[in-house]
Design a protein around this ligand. Structure first.
Ligand SMILES: Cc1cc2nc3c(=O)[nH]c(=O)nc-3n(C[C@H](O)[C@H](O)[C@H](O)COP(=O)(O)OP(=O)(O)OC[C@H]3O[C@@H](n4cnc5c(N)ncnc54)[C@H](O)[C@@H]3O)c2cc1C
Length: 200
């Protein structure tokens, strides 16, 4: 099934639930553990067509996107405002934000900014029986209640289908530099990395 909007997702899950048919959500299908693959008698729900950036607010440094947005596209769109979407799995040019959230993907930038979970403020999710829920927040501070957003992030589509995500953006650093350093031992290299991390 190809979902074009949240109603398609709700309807698919409602009927599949009533008929006891398993549903596997799918973004771009790049996940290395093959979580988006399905066997006989299973419905694959393709979210790649839900690929709109719904809101990009430079003042709040927040974006609201559909799950099929390609990760690098969001980063590019944020770049127009001097911002970035920090999570950068090496698959960013081909994988989707929904798939990244479902796998809690991380890339090189996670050493500084954290993994995908650290960028997800809130989620719109449809549960297995077709019930829509909204978790999390859009604000900087969010301290009350159970952190269902964190629970859903990394759940590989087992808890529900993500239909929208509210994401934190970060300012692009004013300058960057690449340094090559050589150490006699691994321990000395690790110590240098630790020391650098206290300054960035
Ligand atoms: C070349 C390459 C490089 C990679 N580099 C990295 C890396 O540096 N770091 C890293 O962490 N990972 C990396 N990965 C794996 C990475 O986690 C996935 O590529 C990516 O996160 C999956 O996104 P996708 O859109 O392809 O999702 P899919 O492969 O389609 O799905 C992945 C999982 O998410 C679920 N899912 C997808 N969309 C939704 C949704 N809307 N709601 C609920 N569940 C959903 C699926 O059911 C499945 O379990 C790499 C993969 C490749 C092929």
């Amino acid at each position: 099934m190809h979902a074009a909007n949240p109603e398609h997702v709700r309807t698919t899950l409602r009927h599949a639930h009533a008929l006891r048919v398993p549903v596997v959500p799918r973004g771009a299908g790049t996940g290395l553990s093959r979580g988006a693959n399905a066997g006989t008698g299973t419905v694959v729900l393709d979210l790649s067509g839900m690929n709109r950036i719904l809101d990009l607010d430079p003042r709040d440094q927040v974006a609201v996107v559909e799950p099929g947005v390609v990760t690098a596209e969001l980063d590019r769109a944020a770049g127009e405002f001097g911002l970035r979407y920090a999570p950068d799995p090496a698959s960013a040019a081909i994988s989707t934000v929904g798939g990244n959230i479902a796998t809690n993907a991380g890339g090189l930038r996670c050493a500084k900014y954290g993994v995908t979970r650290d960028a997800v403020l809130g989620l719109d999710v449809v549960l297995a029986d077709g019930t829509p829920i909204r978790t999390g927040r859009r604000t900087v501070k969010g301290v009350t209640g159970y952190d269902l957003t964190a629970l859903l992030t990394g759940s590989e589509g087992t808890l529900g289908v993500i239909t929208a995500a509210t994401l934190r953006l970060r300012p692009v650093p004013e300058t960057t530099a690449t340094v090559a350093a050589y150490f006699d031992t691994f321990a000395e290299g690790a110590e240098a990395v630790s020391a650098l991390r206290t300054r960035i």
